[in-house]
Each structure stands twice: as structure tokens, then as C-alpha cells.
Design a protein around this ligand. Structure first.
Ligand code: GTP
Ligand code: MG
Ligand code: NA
Length: 376
């Protein structure tokens, strides 16, 4: 059994959903980064990968796992834009991933772009867990309703945050959801249940049965809903964040052993082509299987024909950072799947994002490899 464990590659998880449902913010919350606020117009415009090492997941989920062993070496998470002009990136993401987290805003329910990503996932038979995000917002809204009533009746002064916290919700940092729910008032719990029922009905209309994950005993048939909150500030904390992580990772190592068993054959997709200072033109790729090495000869599909080149450097962001964050990278002699990698190599300027990157083996025919590359 030990051998099998060591041979599992990291699963790939794709975050999808309607614009502004909080996909990037949720990831920021897990990473402890602040990518979302730095985005132009606060809109995600590209697809990116973040690697979470097993130690990190272990630490994050220890309260929930209750001793369950984590066998996977890590998790690669792909963030996609929600805006409808990026539909091609959704299919790129859903084609790569082993499972997905569609993010639904609890205040908005199922929205058009979420529906579209759900259809993509179903067409490809990708397992998913729904994150029902912004549960904290609900608490705040309720607190405001309370406040209006109280001020009407007793003429109480405008609320301050401490007051809202007192009326509307108790904080708990990075806590599992069940624990947090137990600390909330009855009104909050009722409103929450009502919203959840509404979303459940919307899913049902799409032919999808789902249920709050802590009530769900049939993960194969019923989709899990995991309530989350991505906002951290004086009164908001990253609630429910460990829950979907734990759920997916344990699920993957239990049910996807075959799919996740590492194979040597390189399987690699180009996510983005971009220029970065100090490295020139690079491609961001996701390595799904196999190993990439410095000086490997590769073929990439290009707008002006196949590009044959040699890997000059293999770069990854530091763990828990994403491929699109500017700044320092770690250079590697070789990288094993699954991982998000930035490849620097001469001649990549016409490479086409979304296509497959091939490695030319010592006994492989160059013309054949070129032909294969252009078939994408
Ligand atoms: P796109 O990538 O552009 O589709 O958006 P996104 O889904 O990545 O959403 P993003 O992370 O950019 O968040 C959108 C807005 O919602 C931001 O203003 C966030 O601060 C806010 N937000 C995200 N999560 C939460 C949450 O849990 N609670 C509250 N109250 N606001 C949130
Ligand atoms: Mg985003
Ligand atoms: Na956004």
C-alpha cells in the first residue's frame, strides 16, 4: 500500500463560478495573500495555478480530519475568471482538473456563468463540491435589520462594528463551519437555512441534488454544499475555509486512486503566454503528469507553425503563491507533476495558450512530434 501512496500525483482543482462570487478572495484567504485587491477593476482576467503542499493542507484541516490520514503530496488549485468574456478559460480549466469548486454567492444564488460552468463540469463528468460563499454578509445584513428595528423602537445611535458583532455574529478565526454555526443566534441560523434551501431548489431545477455537506451521507449521488466566508477583517474571518479543502482531498485519495496514479508520460497544457522582466517570453503551463527537465526539447503549437525549442529555465512561484504573481520564482532542474510552472525558452512568442506542450524523447521523430503539436 505504501508504494501506491507514494505514486499518487497531486490532484488538480479548478475554482469556477459567476463574476465576483469570491473565487479569488477565497484563494487569498487560504494562501494568506492579497491577489484579489491588486486586480485591475477587481476582475480576474487570466487563469492561474497555486500549489498547496501537503503540510499546509494538514495544518489547515487538522481540526476537521479527526485523525484521518492525508496521503496526497499536495493540491494544485486553478483560479479562473468569472466574467463571461473568458468562457474559453473555463473550458481550459475544466479540461485540466480532477475536481472542481464552483463558488456561489449566497446572496445571489445560481447565476448564469455558474450555470455555464456547471454544464461544462457535467459534460466532462468532473466531480465537484459547491462553495456557498459570503455567509458573513448574511450576518451583517441581519444585523442591519435588527439595528433598524431597534433604532425605530428605542432611538439607538448608529451601529459600530463591535455592536454588529454582538448582535449579528460571533467570530471564529479559520474555524470549521459547524463550530461557527453553533455560536450564531437563531435568526442568523434561520436566515441561513432559508438561503441554503433556495440554492438547493435552484440546483434541483438543473437536475442536481445537493445538500449541506455535514448532512450528506451519499457523496457519490448528492453534491455537497460547503458554506464559506472569504473576508477577513476586524469582524470577518475566513470561515468554513478548511471544510471544502478537507472534503475534496479526502474524497480524492479515497475514490480517485487510479486517476491520480502518477504516470511518466508527460502531459502538459499551456495556460498563458507572457513576457516577464528578466526572463523574456515565458509560458505558464500546468504539468498534469510526468517530469519536465531543464534542457528538455519541447514542441508547442504556434500561430505560425510548430515551435521547437529547449527549456532554458523551469520556474515555480513559492508554494502558496500563484503563477501570475510577479516577483521571485524558484528555479528547478526538474519538476514533477502535478504543478503549475513558468517555462522560459527562446522562440515562444507565437505559442498558443490552451494547447498541449510535447516533450521530444531521444528516440522520437521530430516531424511526427511537430505534426502532433499542430493538431491542437
Ligand atoms: P472574478 O474573478 O472577477 O470573477 O471575481 P471572483 O469570483 O474572483 O470574486 P473576488 O474574489 O474578486 O471578490 C469579489 C468581491 O466580493 C470583492 O469585493 C470581495 O471582497 C467580495 N467578497 C468575496 N468573498 C466574500 C465574502 O465571503 N464575504 C463578503 N462579504 N464579501 C466577499
Ligand atoms: Mg477572481
Ligand atoms: Na472579481
Amino acid at each position: 500500500a505504501k508504494e501506491v501512496e507514494e505514486n499518487l500525483r497531486s490532484p488538480i482543482c479548478c475554482i469556477m463560478g459567476h463574476v465576483d462570487s469570491g473565487k479569488t478572495k477565497l484563494l487569498d484567504c487560504i494562501r494568506g495573500t492579497n491577489v484579489q485587491e491588486g486586480e485591475a477593476g477587481v476582475i480576474t482576467q487570466q487563469i492561474s495555478a497555486t500549489y498547496f503542499p501537503a503540510e499546509n493542507i494538514r495544518e489547515r484541516t487538522k481540526e476537521l480530519r479527526a485523525g484521518a490520514k492525508l496521503k496526497l503530496s499536495g493540491l494544485l488549485v486553478i483560479d479562473t475568471p468569472g466574467h463571461e468574456s473568458f468562457t474559453n478559460l473555463w473550458s481550459r480549466g475544466s479540461n485540466l482538473c480532477d475536481f472542481s469548486i464552483p463558488v456561489v454567492d449566497i446572496m445571489c444564488g445560481l447565476e448564469p456563468q455558474t450555470l455555464e460552468s456547471l454544464n461544462l463540469l457535467r459534460r466532462r463528468n468532473v466531480k465537484f463540491v459547491v462553495a456557498l460563499n459570503k455567509v458573513r454578509l448574511l450576518v451583517i445584513l441581519l444585523a442591519c435589520v435588527w439595528y433598524s428595528l431597534l433604532s425605530l423602537m428605542y432611538g439607538i445611535k448608529p451601529p459600530n462594528f463591535r455592536w454588529i458583532r454582538y448582535v449579528g455574529g460571533k467570530k471564529s478565526k479559520n474555524a470549521p463551519l459547524l463550530k461557527t454555526m453553533k455560536q450564531q443566534s437563531r435568526d442568523v441560523v434561520n436566515e441561513f437555512n432559508m438561503r441554503v434551501d433556495h440554492v438547493k431548489t435552484q440546483f434541483q431545477e438543473q437536475g442536481i441534488n445537493c445538500m449541506l455537506y455535514y448532512k450528506n451521507k451519499e457523496m457519490e449521488e448528492t453534491i455537497c454544499i460547503v458554506p464559506t466566508s472569504a473576508i477577513r477583517s476586524q469582524i470577518f474571518f475566513g470561515e468554513g475555509i478548511p471544510d471544502p479543502l478537507m472534503l475534496l482531498v479526502l474524497w480524492a485519495q479515497k475514490t480517485m486512486v487510479e486517476k491520480l496514479t502518477y504516470v511518466d508520460k508527460v502531459q502538459c497544457t499551456v495556460l498563458e503566454v507572457k513576457v516577464i522582466e528578466s526572463h523574456g517570453i515565458t509560458v505558464d503551463v500546468v504539468l498534469l503528469n510526468g517530469v519536465l527537465r531543464e534542457a528538455d526539447q519541447i514542441v508547442v503549437c504556434g500561430s505560425q507553425g510548430p515551435i521547437v525549442t529547449t527549456i532554458r529555465s523551469l520556474l515555480t512561484p513559492y508554494p502558496m503563491n500563484e503563477t501570475r504573481v510577479k516577483g521571485t520564482y524558484m528555479a528547478h532542474r526538474e519538476v514533477k507533476a502535478a504543478q503549475g510552472i513558468k517555462i522560459a525558452a527562446p522562440g515562444l512568442e507565437h505559442a498558443i495558450a490552451g494547447t498541449t506542450l510535447h516533450v521530444i524523447g531521444p528516440n522520437e521523430d521530430m516531424e511526427e512530434a511537430k505534426k502532433n503539436a499542430m493538431e491542437d
